[in-house]
Design a protein around this ligand. Structure first.
Ligand SMILES: [Fe+2]
Ligand SMILES: [Fe+2]
Length: 248
């Protein structure tokens, strides 16, 4: 990343740090804590990450940072959404692990056209070496196939499989909040060699795109907490836009 882009990213992080965390990240600290414990300690999750993460590049900001954030939020959403279902705790944990696998793998083909479709197929192959049922592998693959924004989503078999699909989608779209401006935007700018002046020109279009994701959340938790996450990002984005106009 060049010096100007680095400086802009640091400025964006400084602006973002002045804003309180959206409610999802304060209200569900316990569930996020369980998700993080699994993401950073579960032996099979670590094995999958060891295989998949070296294949990611930070093209357009959809690399390891992005997939880690999606994985953790996806598992936390699964925990939240199954609360009250009287499920065995070990079954909830297994569902969360499956959700993490989906998050780790979901953008593995990000640099290909139809990346959701290609990623869904590749995930099936990678997961053959893991102790998962055929249904679990299929549910991860279908969740990946259905994770693209503004694309129609196909029903994903049993209710728990549909839930994994919906949680993956919402966790991925939570990234359209602050993460867009603290992380993804600068990788995109760097990758496409966009100058600050060019970025200023594209900014309003990007902001309206981010706003339009608000109506697409698929889980009850996503619909309740997702809009605040996106709006928080848009507020940060407006400040960064003003900074760009003042300085470039
Ligand atoms: Fe994606
Ligand atoms: Fe993604």
């Amino acid at each position: 990343m060049n010096d100007i882009t680095c400086k802009l990213q640091r400025e964006a992080e400084r602006i973002a740090s002045r804003h309180p965390l959206p409610g999802f990240y304060t209200r569900f600290k316990a569930e996020l804590g369980v998700a993080k414990r699994l993401f950073y300690n579960h032996p099979e999750v670590l094995r999958l990450r060891g295989i998949v993460e070296p294949e990611y590049n930070e093209t357009l900001g959809h690399g390891v940072y992005h997939s880690s954030r999606v994985s953790i939020d996806c598992a936390a959403l699964l925990h939240i959404e199954t609360d009250g279902n009287h499920m065995d705790p070990s079954a909830v944990e297994q569902l969360m692990v499956v959700g993490i696998y989906a998050g780790v793998l979901h953008d593995i083909c990000r640099d290909q056209q139809n990346h959701a479709q290609s990623g869904a197929e590749k995930a099936k192959v990678v997961l053959l070496n893991f102790s998962l049922s055929q249904e679990e592998i299929l549910s991860i693959s279908e969740a990946i196939r259905n994770h693209e924004a503004f694309a129609s989503s196909e029903s994903s078999g049993p209710q728990w499989a549909q839930l994994i699909s919906d949680c993956l989608y919402d966790a991925d779209k939570f990234r359209w909040g602050a993460d867009t401006f603290t992380h993804m935007l600068w990788h995109m700018m760097d990758y496409q060699s966009i100058s600050p002046r060019e970025l200023i020109g594209k900014f309003p279009w990007g902001m309206s795109g981010a706003a339009s994701i608000i109506d697409t959340f698929r889980t009850a938790t996503g619909r309740q907490f997702g809009p605040e996450i996106v709006e928080n990002g848009l507020t940060i984005g407006k400040e960064i836009y003003r900074y760009l106009i003042e300085h470039y």
